[in-house]
Design a protein around this ligand. Sequence first.
Ligand code: MG
Length: 359
Amino acid sequence: MVFDYVLYNIELLSLKRKTMRLTYKPETLYFKRPFHIAHGTRTSTPIVLTQLEHEGITGFGEASLPPYLSETHETVLSFLKTAVELLSRHRDPFNIEMILNEIDKIAPNNTAAKASVDIALHDLCGKLLNKPCWKIFNCDSSLTPYTTYTLGIDEPDVMKEKAAEGEAYKILKVKLSGENDKSIITAIRSITNKPIAIDVNQGWKDKYQALEMIVWLKDKNILFVEQPMPKDNLEDTLWLFERTALPLFADESVQRYEDIDRVKDCFHGINIKLMKCTGMNEAFKMINKARELKLQLLIGCMSETSCAVSAAAQLSPLADYADLDGPLLIKNNLFDGVQFVNGKITLSDMPGIGVVQKF
Ligand code: MG
């Protein structure tokens, strides 16, 4: 009887609570230098910023839209229009699992649009609890990895300049495409011997060429090779996996939780990115699954502001490697957030994802 009375009052209380209000704004980020990878060259990248407000507190989120995921300003805005309605029916932001399940069901794909809601929701919940998200996810902030510093593809001399610009960072990430790969690495190695993570972005089309390159790279202080072959060519990737002298990481081949089983036998590790997997909630599940399967973990980003990158950084103590240098490569970072101290990801005690909007 007493229990019924308490339940009745809790229900009344939650009815009194206000619902959530999602707002959003398209923006464009501009690269400091044209960014050239095996997929093509870009000078800018579209993003959409979100804000989720509940009882006077606002969480920030971001969708970054690289061309290969096929999302545009238009598709994200149309998705978020439906999300506004859905969120306006929810009174409890801590109902994270249910809310994000409903968001996921709005449409297939649209993973960056979904991530922009997920990030804003986690930021909001962290602020309501007055706790940083890394604490909510039970992470030890002293265990953050060093971020890699990315060098887009260029002429060997320019690659040397770019490597010199990344002097403060302990690990370089070098993009290769199957053309001039050896001269690029030779040029970088003429000025530094720091560890290099290679990212081929599906650029090696032939398994024999891939194996020959890996043999050549083997003694050059290379940490791993990311996405050597086309994402759906798992047969040749498995062939390479059985012969490779360097660890292989899946990026384009693995987007969401359910993809892990498909790729687990062809790679030593996976690259988890919030924009591919719909955000922090699913990323955390993927991290746990990857650990169970003894896969190594890289937590990465697209070309993003410090908003989405700070969200990914909250989970970085759980990863072996991090590639979270997105904000370093753009001219107009719209947020202050996670810091890199001598390249080490440094998390603050600020609540939520720990960001402040600059403009
Ligand atoms: Mg990659």
